[in-house]
Structure formats: structure tokens, C-alpha cells
Design a protein around this ligand. Structure first.
Ligand code: HCB
Length: 218
């Protein structure tokens, strides 16, 4: 099977909610020498994009999305340890990253991928999980004040994305804005949004997030 055929198979297992097939296809691709980043960016994520578009067009419903997410998670069980190995730990000590998903939002697949990539690139991680209130974020930033600090927020819905604006405003109100760099991401987040709310950067995917994060820490 060619690399492209393997990537197409990975995409299709997500779209057809084939949980076992997705794990098998992931292992096959790893065994054939594809990197975890290629498998995610060029196989699994395009599948998730198709699923999202079908949901929006009312061609599929929530139970099907949940099964696609389970297929993605089955792949991630195999990929997360490989991602850490692929990057190694030679860049240790680049900074501390506080990662979280905005209040009201439980989409955690992208958040977990970004968190893993940052850890693999030498960041010390404080993972606050999903559905995190801004007040809790303030507490965590305050606690880590004085370190080389990066706030990494995800929002997958236009509603939860609005909370990012409040995050930046609250950091300014509490006198913490200069203590931390801010990278926000997730499908609805754009460069225009980052500029509007006064955050520092966004990133397209987990590999890009690691690159942007390292730049922000320089
Ligand atoms: Co969900 N959902 N969902 N969903 N869901 C979306 C996000 C919609 C866009 C689907 C659609 O309508 N087209 C939509 C949001 C619409 C909107 O607001 N614009 C939506 C909706 C509406 C909902 C519910 C409200 C549905 C309902 O209940 N009626 C509900 C909300 C629950 C809640 O959060 N309160 C819901 C539930 C679910 C699940 C539970 C079934 C499941 C999540 C399972 C889980 O995460 N454990 C789910 C899923 C899987 C999706 C889609 C299909 C895929 C998301 C995903 O995992 N993508 C998504 C459609 C889509 O996004 N196109 C759909 C794959 C990952 C790898 O990509 O974008 O998350 P990512 O992360 C990337 C990238 O953004 C970047 O790097 C990551 C890695 O490459 N990145 C960052 C992420 N964070 C970053 C931070 C940084 O600083 C930098 C980069």
C-alpha cells in the first residue's frame, strides 16, 4: 500500500466510525514508517474535518461524531507515546505551558495533541483539562508568575471562543498580562480574532503550535 493509500484509509476509518479499523490502520502506518505527525495531520484530521462538515450539513448526528471521536482516541492511544519519542527531550527547560480548554467546551482531542507536542518540545506542562473557568486560569497564572510562561487555550466552538476575549481582559485587570505569552487555537480561532482580543499568536495544528510556542518563548 502506498503512503497516500494508508493516509486515505486512516481518513476513511474516522469518517466511517471504524474504531478497531482506525487503531489497526494507525499501527500499519507507523510500522510502514509514517511519522505520528503525518498520520494526524494528513490522515486523521482530514477525516475529522469531513465528519464536522457532515454534521453541519445534518448528514450525520451526534452519536456518529462520538464514534468518530472514539476512533480518533483509539489512534491517539498509539500515537501520543510515539509523538513524545519522535521529538525527544533535548530542548528541556524552554518554559512552562498552562494548557486548557475554555469554559463550556469539552472538545479535548486537539488540546491533548497540542499539550503532548509542547511537552515533547521541552515545555513543563500544567494541564488544566476541559471546561475551565477564567477565574481558575487567573489563579494558575498567578501561581506560576515569574517563570517563562505560556498560556495555551483551545476553543472549538464560536461560543466558547468568546471566553478567550475575557481571559485576556482579566489578565490585564489583574496586572498579569505582561507575565505571560498567550497562544489560542481551535478551529474557529483566526489571526483576526487574535489581533482583536490582544493575544499573541495562534497555530493551525499541533506541530505548528510547538513551533509558534518556541518562538514566543525566545
Ligand atoms: Co463537536 N462540534 N460538539 N463534538 N465536534 C464541532 C466543534 C463543530 C464545529 C461541528 C459543526 O457544527 N460543524 C460544532 C461547533 C460549532 C461552532 O460553534 N462553530 C460542534 C458542536 C456544535 C458540538 C455540540 C454543541 C453538539 C451538541 O451537543 N449538539 C457538543 C458540544 C459539547 C461541549 O463542548 N459542550 C459537541 C460534542 C462533540 C463530541 C463530544 C461528540 C466530540 C468531542 C469529543 C472529544 O473531544 N473528546 C465532538 C467532535 C469530535 C467534533 C468535531 C467533529 C471534531 C473536533 C476534533 O476533535 N478535531 C468538530 C468539527 C470540527 O472541528 N471541524 C465538531 C480534530 C482535532 C485534532 O482538531 O481543531 O480540535 P482541533 O485541534 C487542532 C487545531 O485546532 C490546533 O491543533 C490541534 C491539533 O492539530 N489547536 C491549537 C487546538 N487547540 C489549540 C491551541 C493552541 O494554542 C494552538 C493550536
Amino acid at each position: 500500500m502506498s503512503n497516500q493509500e494508508m493516509l486515505d484509509t486512516l481518513r476513511d476509518t474516522i469518517v466511517t466510525q471504524n474504531i478497531n479499523g482506525c487503531a489497526e490502520a494507525t499501527q500499519t502506518a507507523l510500522d510502514a514508517g509514517l511519522t505520528a505527525v503525518e498520520i494526524i495531520n494528513d490522515g486523521l484530521s482530514p477525516g475529522m474535518k469531513i465528519v464536522g462538515d457532515k454534521f453541519e450539513a445534518a448528514e450525520i448526528y451526534l452519536p456518529q461524531i462520538m464514534m468518530s471521536a472514539k476512533a480518533m482516541n483509539a489512534a491517539m492511544e498509539l500515537l501520543l507515546p510515539v509523538l513524545e519519542e519522535e521529538k525527544g527531550a533535548e530542548d528541556e527547560g524552554v518554559g512552562t505551558a498552562i494548557t486548557y480548554v475554555q469554559e463550556g467546551d469539552i472538545h479535548d482531542i486537539g488540546h491533548r495533541l497540542v499539550t503532548t507536542m509542547l511537552e515533547a518540545n521541552g515545555f513543563k506542562i500544567v494541564d488544566m483539562g476541559v471546561d475551565v473557568q477564567n477565574e481558575k486560569v487567573m489563579e494558575e497564572v498567578e501561581k506560576n508568575k515569574g517563570k517563562k510562561l505560556l498560556l495555551v487555550g483551545s476553543a472549538l466552538m464560536t461560543t466558547s471562543m468568546l471566553g478567550q476575549k475575557d481571559t485576556v481582559a482579566m489578565l490585564a485587570e489583574e496586572g498579569l498580562r505582561d507575565s505571560v505569552k498567550i497562544m489560542f487555537g481551535g478551529a474557529p480561532v483566526s489571526d483576526a480574532w487574535i489581533a482583536e482580543i490582544g493575544a499573541d499568536a495562534t497555530a493551525e495544528n499541533a506541530a505548528d503550535a510547538a513551533r509558534v510556542a518556541l518562538n514566543l518563548m525566545q
